[in-house]
Design a protein around this ligand. Structure first.
Ligand code: GUN
Length: 291
């Protein structure tokens, strides 16, 4: 079994971006500027956003962190987004999800300028992705495509089972892998919480993308020998043997599944680090788009 090293791959991508930055500077091109908006004080979201901002600094991008209180109104948030849309200095921005209950997430996503939507969540970008037109791809699926490509994992004609239909991971992943792309041409089945007899599907899968958000859900008896496992889950569970009192696990039960797998993205250190690297890549792409 080969462990797919997302940390090393993401570092490689970051150094590629740093090289591209040197060239941009030499050519006098604009330095990419990413802004991140965070609402409230959800601990996990704060950690993610801080990592995104820090990653920008490390590759030489400019970054801005916009922190809004939990009590911000939908109107105030939309005003902030309008400002970012109009600010020529900002090349791309993200609004970290989830948002508080009183704010309509879809309305917020719709208000983002598609050419600054480095998360690839706006319907214009989702539509372009679906039609195989060049666009900003959502960072986690983009990162998974990059891992499959760099590890030369064949997808053409393979049976792929995606578990979970979220707009951020499961659904875009199912669309991308079914397309005529370098990484694509797969036969894709998108499964979800209402799927009957999930095992019947996962046991047929050459590649499983687990993105349902249930810790250690997929077990060894549900997969076939030689399966490629892409584990997108990331959950903290109690572990009193650790100093911190918790450990991070994926949606796949490592101990029972890894002996049967040919490739495996571990948690942590697999898909996770790739998300930020691809966000940087999208920011670089957005910087050169007409706004
Ligand atoms: N919340 C969880 N993942 C993401 C992501 O990729 N982008 C944003 N904006 N919020 C998220």
């Amino acid at each position: 079994m080969i462990l797919i090293d997302g940390k090393a791959t993401s570092e490689k991508i970051r150094s590629e971006i740093a090289v591209a930055m040197q060239q941009r500077k030499a050519e006098g091109k604009k330095i990419p500027h990413l802004a991140a908006v965070i609402v409230g004080n959800n601990g996990a979201s704060q950690t993610y956003v801080n990592s995104k901002v820090k990653a920008c600094e490390l590759v030489g991008f400019t970054s801005s962190l916009i922190e809004l209180p939990e009590s911000v109104t939908e109107g105030e948030l939309l005003e902030k987004i309008d400002e970012l849309n109009k600010n020529n200095e900002i090349d791309g921005f993200i609004v970290q999800l989830p948002l508080p209950q009183h704010i309509d997430e879809q309305k917020v996503i719709l208000s983002i300028d598609p050419n600054k939507d480095v998360d690839g969540f706006h319907p214009v970008n989702v539509g372009k992705m679906t039609l195989e037109l060049p666009t900003l791809l959502p960072a986690t699926p983009f990162g998974i495509m990059e891992l499959l490509e760099r590890y030369q994992i064949k997808t053409a004609g393979k049976n792929v089972v995606v578990v979970g239909r979220s707009n951020i991971v499961g659904r875009p992943m199912s669309i991308l892998l079914s397309q005529k792309r370098k990484v694509g041409d797969a036969t894709v089945i998108l499964t979800h919480s209402k799927t009957k007899d999930l095992s019947n599907y996962t046991k047929q899968a050459d590649i499983i993308i687990a993105a349902l958000g249930k810790p250690e859900f997929l077990t060894g008896d549900m997969v076939k020998e030689g399966v490629v496992i892409i584990d997108v889950g990331i959950t903290r569970i109690e572990d009193l043997s650790k100093k911190s009192g918790y450990k991070i696990v994926g949606d796949v039960h490592f101990e029972s599944v890894s002996p049967k797998a040919s490739y495996y993205t571990p948690v942590p250190g697999g898909v996770g680090p790739m998300t930020i690297a691809m966000l940087l890549k999208n920011t670089l792409i957005a910087c050169d788009l007409e706004k």
